[in-house]
Each structure stands twice: as C-alpha cells, then as structure tokens.
Ligand binder design. Structure first.
Ligand SMILES: C[S@@+](CC[C@H](N)C(=O)[O-])C[C@H]1O[C@@H](n2cnc3c(N)ncnc32)[C@H](O)[C@@H]1O
Length: 329
C-alpha cells in the first residue's frame, strides 16, 4: 500500500506585509549614499517565475551544477544522515532539484518535507513538482527563513533529526559576515548531529560570472526590473521602467556579483503607500542583490565559525560549484 501523500501550506500571520514592504522601500531609497532595495522582494509571482527561466539559461550554469551534484550524490548524502530525518528547505523555490534528496530518503523512510518560502508562488510550484513522490508529507511554511525553521524545529518528535537544505548558493545573497551570522543562527535552532546541506557557487573568471547575471536574452534584466514594477503594482509607485536599466558588476573587494538598476536620466519617482518622493540623478543606481562567490576552503572555515563541521564536499566538474554537508557539533 502506498503511504499517504499530504500537502499543506501554513501562511504567515503577519500584520500588514504591504506596510512592511513600504517601510523597507522607504528606508532603502532614502539611504544616504548608495540607494538599495532588499533582494527578498525580487520574488513575487512574476519574479519567482522569471527565476525559474533564469535557472535554465545557458549562461547560468549554477542551477545545473547544483542539480548534477544532487542527482549523482543523493544516496551518499542521505546515507550520511541517521535514520529518522525530517527535511526543511530554506528558500526552496520550485524544489525541482530537491526531488533527488527526497526520493533517496523516501526509499528508506516516510519523509516529512517542509519548504520555507516567502513566495507563495514558489510554494505552489513546489507542491506541483514534488507532490507525486511516494511516502512523502509536504507541509510548507510561508515564512522568512528562520521563523519557518523555528516552526519546523518545534514540531520535531523525539528521535527525529533535521536535515536543512540551503541549495542554489542562496547563502551568497548574504555578505560574508552576515552569512556566517545567519548560519550560526541556523545552528542555534538545530541539535548536535543535525545536518545542513548547503550549495556554494565558487569563484570563477569574471566574464563568466557577469554573463551569468546579464544574459543576452534579457531575462535577468526583466527579473531585476520587476522589482520596480512590483513597487508600482503593490505600493502605488510610478517608476517608468524604460527610464532604468539592469546592470551587473563584479565587486572585487567583496568577491560578489552585484545587480543594480541604473537611472537613465534625472528623474523623480513617487511611491504612494510609502509616502515617498525620491529623486534620482542620471546614472545613479539602486543596489538590488549581491551574489558572493566562495572558495572551497572558505566553506570549511564558515562551518567551523558557526558550530558545524564540514562532513563532505562534492564538486561539479563543468561549473565551479560545491555541495557541502555540514553536521552540527
Ligand atoms: C535564489 S532563489 C533559490 C531557489 C532554490 N533554492 C534554487 O536553488 O533554485 C532564493 C529563494 O529564496 C526565497 N527567499 C528569499 N528571501 C527569503 C527569506 N528571507 N525567507 C524565505 N524565503 C526567502 C525566494 O522566494 C526564492 O525562491
């Protein structure tokens, strides 16, 4: 008999996510010096769908490298974890690559899987993508990473261990210090012996990196510009999308690719819900996302600084990318 399949989404009980978005936009666009917008707002319905397209672009090798490593090494990864494992995934996106880990686990045990996402569109994709696996229960959380992980941890039963997935190099969206702090906070929620499977995009030649974040079809540009379109839709903004362009640049000091939106003329923009009128000089940019690139060795140091040990690291041969299994000490 097939085990029960189950999918459900627990939504965030937050007062006024629109007001929070408005407050963040106000803060980011009125900062002295470099204007900025938090990258988490890139992922509304349109943004999450565009990200799926980015992940199949020939220039963006990252997702395919991650997928190859998960496909090849899923059994080995799962064998390194004890028998009763509950899986939580931070920022699951569509969950496509996660299938390999879940199928390997479900071959040996009924598995509870908890995608944690701020994007309801991504959670819905995850349900469609993974709901057909035998012996799985999926309960998604529409939450920020750590809030969702706390919920999953609170539901764990005696004898169960957590395997947290943080795939696709989303760790790279934090600067290095904030990334270490974030992994430390993840560790505080876990017990000794729990696992964190983390993808890291590795350093590679700058032209290759810039192509990955500025494809000739303009999908990444649309993904970035959609943040302004989202402000127009949700916060009564009047950004003229034709008056901004997508820019990808390499920050040598931070070893990160930065995405910006550059104002093509001097202009003033009004965002009604944020009660904000903001002036842009010609050429001025809004910084929207960073993707930090790691060395292999740095992952071991990051693990050690945050209360984990790196138990295993798998490398892709075609695209410099590492899958790392960290075990909580
Ligand atoms: C770069 S995508 C990666 C998706 C997927 N893990 C992959 O490897 O293809 C980051 C995902 O994290 C989600 N996300 C971003 N910030 C978040 C936050 N603070 N809390 C929860 N989810 C977040 C986004 O909605 C998006 O789906």
């Amino acid at each position: 008999m097939k085990a029960k399949r189950h999918f459900m989404v627990t939504q965030a009980i937050t007062a006024g996510p629109v007001l929070e978005f408005a407050a963040d936009v106000r803060m980011g666009l009125t900062k002295s010096g470099q204007k900025e917008l938090p990258s988490k707002y890139l992922y509304d319905d349109v943004g999450s769908s565009l990200f799926e397209v980015i992940s199949v672009l020939p220039e963006y090798g990252l997702t395919r490298a991650d997928e190859r490593l998960l496909r090849r090494h899923a059994s080995d990864i799962v064998e390194r974890m004890p028998s009763q494992v509950v899986v939580a995934e931070l920022g699951s996106g569509s969950g496509k690559k996660t299938r390999y880990i879940l199928e390997a686990l479900c071959r040996r045990q009924h598995t509870s899987y908890h995608p944690i996402e701020i994007s309801p569109t991504a959670l819905a994709m995850c349900q469609r993508e993974l709901g057909d696996i035998d012996s799985i229960s999926i309960v998604g959380f529409e939450r920020e990473y750590l809030d969702g992980l706390l919920e999953v941890a609170a539901r764990r039963k005696p004898g169960q261990q957590l395997l947290v997935l943080f795939l696709g190099s989303t760790i790279g969206n934090f600067d290095r210090a904030a990334g270490t702090e974030f992994i430390r906070e993840v560790r505080h929620i876990l017990h000794a012996g729990d696992g964190l499977l983390m993808g890291t995009d590795l350093e590679k030649p700058i032209p290759q990196l810039l192509d990955a974040y500025d494809d000739p079809l303009g999908v990444t540009a649309a993904f970035n510009l959609n943040l302004l379109a989202r402000i127009n839709r949700e916060l009564d903004g009047d950004f003229d999308l034709k008056a901004f362009e997508h820019v990808a640049l390499f920050n040598e000091e931070a070893r990160s690719v930065e995405m910006h939106l550059r104002s093509l003329r001097e202009q003033s923009v009004h965002v009604g819900t944020a009660g904000l009128t903001v002036a842009f000089a010609e050429g001025e940019t809004v910084w929207t996302e960073s993707s930090h690139k790691y060395s292999r060795q740095e992952v071991f140091e990051l693990a050690e600084k945050s209360g984990f040990r790196c138990d295993a690291q798998w490398l892709d041969r075609e695209w410099a990318f590492a899958e790392n299994l960290l075990i909580a000490e």
